[in-house]
Design a protein around this ligand. Structure first.
Ligand code: PMP
Length: 361
């Protein structure tokens, strides 16, 4: 067994070890098939089973209502920044955006290219340390939809409650916290996520869309960007990312075997709780996010000086930790602890932090 280090990458991120082991076992030939999943037709019965099981597990885990479609697409979450407005906003209509981080800004930038947008609220002043209060949200009457980012990967903040819109469907970029805890899908019109943090490898994008919204997709759209067409073809309009969907299916099985989303929530809260407790223990650590907006997935913090931050990255790397350098727009450190990140890795990081603070604090 090769040595695996503590991988705190923000994405692509650590995958469950049993998933990697199973994929390794089956890489040369799927049981009784004699070919690997990468070598079979996406229209074969075998692949139909793979994608069918992935969808069924996704539905069971997320308690996804019957009137929602589950799509497995390509182009990353970033393509959804364009597809959502192209499909859901009719000419002349306004799309509302809640700006809570750099990824929300990128989503807005794409939506602006093809039509009218409005900013419902922004927490950019002060460095995206918080999620807006309900009273701050200024919705546009009759908006085509309201876009939000449920977890802000870079700033390390997370919505604790789903905002109530004034009737417009909520479109949610859930790339960095999808399936990290139970989710009430019925509160959303559309949820999308790149798989590479909580669900699998990069190259697969999950879209969960309420069926009535599919009627908004017009035939003028490029076929590959048309939710209705992609849904009608059950994500098989063209060749889908077959290997990625297979791995995603294994991750979903692993989630089911490990307590489902309720089970994930308990472990994720414990992991994040241990890190934030250490960050709150002494003023040496400077957590970035406001306490009531902290993300359970991306823990962001700074140290008293940039030199100490550099030293922390260097020493932690030498000690077998990877991926702790913060995003350049926040600076400092970031520990990404998605579903598959083992609790033992958090314990090891807390111990390392104690020692670092004792030596340099
Ligand atoms: N949204 C969020 C919240 C993200 O964290 C990321 C990637 N880190 C993206 C969108 C972009 O995803 P992709 O690289 O799959 O396009």
């Amino acid at each position: 067994m090769p040595h695996r280090i503590h991988n705190f990458s923000a994405g692509p991120a650590v995958l469950p070890l049993p998933v990697l082991e199973r994929a390794q076992q089956e890489l040369l030939a799927l049981p009784n098939i004699g070919m690997s999943v990468m070598e079979i037709s996406h229209r074969s019965k075998t692949f139909e089973d793979v994608i069918g099981r992935a969808e069924a597990d996704m539905r069971a885990l997320g308690k996804i209502p019957e009137d929602y479609k589950v799509l497995f697409l390509q182009g990353g979450a970033s393509l959804q920044f364009s597809m959502a407005p192209m499909n859901l906003r009719s000419p002349g209509a306004v799309a509302d955006y809640i700006i809570t981080g750099d990824w929300s800004k990128k989503a807005l930038k794409e939506a602006k290219k093809a039509g009218a947008t409005s900013i419902v609220a922004s927490t950019e002043d002060g460095g995206f340390k918080r999620i807006p209060e309900p009273a701050e949200l200024r919705f546009t009457p009759g908006a085509a939809y309201v876009h939000m980012t449920s977890n802000n990967t870079i700033a390390g903040t997370e919505w604790k409650d789903v905002p109530e819109t004034t009737g417009a469907p909520l479109v949610c970029d859930a790339s960095s916290n999808i399936f990290s805890r139970p989710i009430d899908v019925s509160k959303f019109g559309l949820i999308y996520a790149g798989a590479q943090k909580n669900l699998g490898p990069s190259g697969v994008t999950v879209v969960i869309i309420r069926e009535d919204l599919l009627a908004r997709s017009t035939d003028a759209l490029p076929s590959m960007l048309n939710y209705r067409l992609l849904a009608e073809n059950k994500s098989l309009y063209n060749t889908p990312p077959t290997f990625g969907i297979y791995i995603l299916g294994l991750v979903l099985q692993w989630l089911r075997e490990n307590g489902g989303l309720e089970g994930m929530a308990v472990v994720n809260d414990r992991k994040a709780g241990a890190l934030y407790a250490e960050l709150d223990r002494t003023p040496f650590w400077r957590p970035h996010a406001d306490a009531d907006c902290r993300s359970a997935m991306n823990v962001t913090f700074r140290l008293p000086t940039e030199d100490l931050e550099k030293l922390f990255v260097k020493d932690s790397t030498a000690a077998g930790f990877d991926g702790l350098k913060g995003h350049r727009s926040v600076g400092g450190l970031r520990a990404s602890i998605y579903n598959a990140f083992p609790e033992a890795g958090v314990t090891a990081l807390v111990q390392f932090m104690r020692e670092f603070e004792r030596t340099h604090g």
